[in-house]
Design a protein around this ligand. Structure first.
Ligand code: C5P
Length: 227
């Protein structure tokens, strides 16, 4: 455990560069996020090469299946000892509860509504066009089903904090440092400082660090903005 708050997403970089980056910045971050692109490209061997560097791992596989399959999946994930992993809250009560029975030592975060879903899609698929209402409903269920935390957009931090009274860990992507001047696909982002002040426990940041010409300087600058 350490007191850092940044989780660096190892997206779109090869295994060699990932290993180099981890060595360079591991003392400045809470964890590294491994998604299924990394997992499928580099496999368990790639996963273990990062894990063996004695860092926390957020294994972001976003599971969504029937409870029995989830139980087996979470048990298999727990054997890899990541710090966090993810499931979709929309998988239902039983699916969420079963992660508590089978997870052993991994913290399970619930994904509520994907930030790529807009109000028209929310109405089409969930019969509710107010995304805030939907997120609120899912977060209440995550709390009742005893998930450890949720992944949410920076715009939902206050809502999650209010609903969970601090009982859910809040992990937030969609973060861009104040000095970041590249336009990319994150449209509704927030600065690290603002997200932490609103109550985010951990911030997931990818490209501003992985594509920086000086990742160590960048992460140090982000850390000093939130400490
Ligand atoms: O490079 P960037 O900082 O945008 O990376 C953010 C990370 O968080 C990526 O791994 C992305 O898939 C993930 N994420 C996100 N928005 C969500 C959920 C996850 O950006 N709603």
């Amino acid at each position: 455990m350490n007191d850092k708050k940044i989780i660096v997403a190892l997206d779109n970089i090869n295994l060699y560069d990932s290993r180099y980056l981890v060595d360079e910045i591991k003392n400045q971050v809470f964890a590294f996020k491994i998604g299924y692109d990394f997992f499928l490209n580099f496999g368990l061997d790639g996963y273990n090469q990062i894990k063996n560097k004695k860092v926390n791992i957020f294994l972001d596989l976003k599971l969504h299946d029937i409870p029995n399959t989830i139980k087996n999946g979470i048990e298999a994930i727990a054997n890899l000892s990541p710090y966090f992993t993810t499931i979709h809250i929309t998988g239902g009560d039983e699916m969420q509860k079963i992660t508590g029975l089978s997870k052993k030592n991994v913290k399970v975060l619930g994904v509520s509504i994907l930030t790529s879903i807009d109000s028209a899609q929310a109405e089409k698929y969930y019969s509710e066009k107010n995304i805030t209402n939907l997120v609120g409903k899912f977060v209440k269920n995550a709390l009742e089903n005893k998930l450890d935390g949720v992944v949410c957009s920076p715009l939902e931090i206050e809502l999650v904090k209010k609903i969970s009274s601090g009982k859910l860990i809040i992990v937030t992507p969609g973060i861009r440092p104040e000095n970041y001047n590249k336009n990319d696909d994150q449209k509704r982002f927030m600065s690290p400082k603002k997200a932490v002040n609103l109550g985010a426990n951990y911030l997931v940041i990818g490209r501003p660090i992985t594509q920086s010409t000086n990742p160590l300087l960048e992460i140090k600058s982000i850390n000093s903005s939130i400490e």
